[in-house]
Design a protein around this ligand. Structure first.
Ligand code: 48H
Length: 261
């Protein structure tokens, strides 16, 4: 066999095995932002089978760009245990006890590496375009290649079946929105619908991101900015402790739910 054919066959075989193994999972995560990557690591460490579907070529979401493309972010003391778990270095901010700066490129790459090495499978350049919704329950995801989505090609998708679906799509809460509008489900919010993100208020937004992290409909969870948008929390700018704590919290909720089943 020529080396050209060895390379191509090995890639096709290996990828097919990976995809086949992940067509039924415990947790299907939409979006590979910081909250989802943290959640993935902790859920994998608890023995759950986790797959992440990320629209872009590079997972990491809004981490890479730091604040206005200055590639540094801020994290507060309460989330330092998560930085340590991923081996992300951080420096105290002089004169501001309990706050740290860190390199956003180191953070993004370490979160990806940590999630993958804990056992999460990341499928990049794949977009989630719908949910599987049977007998009043969210049962999984409907996925397609991002280039197919971007070019508007008329190509039917494939499905991934999951016990729990986690919306980690950030500001737009794409999956919860889709479920709310298309499956017409009533969410666990005061109105039953998405309340919408509010303007900037750092401390409130950081706290509410964690508070708003929960199961919004049986089998459908939200973390990070998605949770904040669903439940009407304030935004917080380039501080990432809330995102990571949200990932840690949702991992605990999903682990508990899967254990009960
Ligand atoms: C596949 C999808 C789909 C889809 C979206 O926005 P993210 O970084 O997510 P979070 O919530 O973990 O972090 C939020 C943080 O980055 C942020 O924006 C902050 C702190 N903002 C504060 C402020 O004031 O603005 O990542 C979401 C990921 C992205 O990589 C998307 O490409 C991906 O989800 N995604 N992937 N299918 N339908 N929708």
């Amino acid at each position: 066999m020529s080396i050209e054919n060895v390379i191509s066959s090995a890639i096709v075989r290996s990828f097919s095995e990976k995809l086949l193994e992940n067509l039924v999972v415990d947790v299907a995560i939409v979006g590979g932002g910081p909250s989802a990557l943290v959640a993935a690591k902790y859920m994998c460490e608890a023995g759950l089978k986790v797959a992440i579907f990320e629209r872009k070529l590079a997972p990491g979401g809004g981490t890479w760009g730091g604040g206005m493309l200055f590639n540094e972010v801020v994290v507060q003391e309460s989330a330092v245990f998560i930085l340590d778990a991923f081996g992300i270095r951080h420096q105290p901010i002089a004169g501001e006890e309990g706050y740290y700066t860190l390199d956003s490129v180191e953070m993004a790459s370490a979160l990806i590496y940590g999630a993958v090495h804990a056992g999460a499978r990341i499928f990049n350049a794949m977009s989630v375009e719908d949910i599987v919704f049977k007998e009043g329950k969210v049962n999984g995801l409907v996925v397609n290649w991002t280039p197919v989505e971007r070019l508007g090609m008329h190509v039917d998708p494939l499905t991934v079946i999951a016990d729990a679906v986690l919306d980690g799509t950030g500001h737009p809460s794409e999956i919860i929105r889709l479920a709310s509008e298309k499956a017409q489900i009533k969410l666990d919010t005061p109105t039953g619908s998405i309340l919408g993100e509010r303007p900037m208020w750092v401390d409130s937004g950081e706290a509410s991101t964690v508070e708003n992290t929960r199961e919004y409909f049986p089998g459908l969870f939200a973390c990070g900015m998605s949770a904040n948008n669903v439940a009407g929390g304030y935004r917080m700018g380039p501080i990432f402790g809330g995102m990571m704590l949200s990932g840690h919290k949702v991992a605990g909720l999903i682990i508990e739910r899967c254990r009960k089943k």
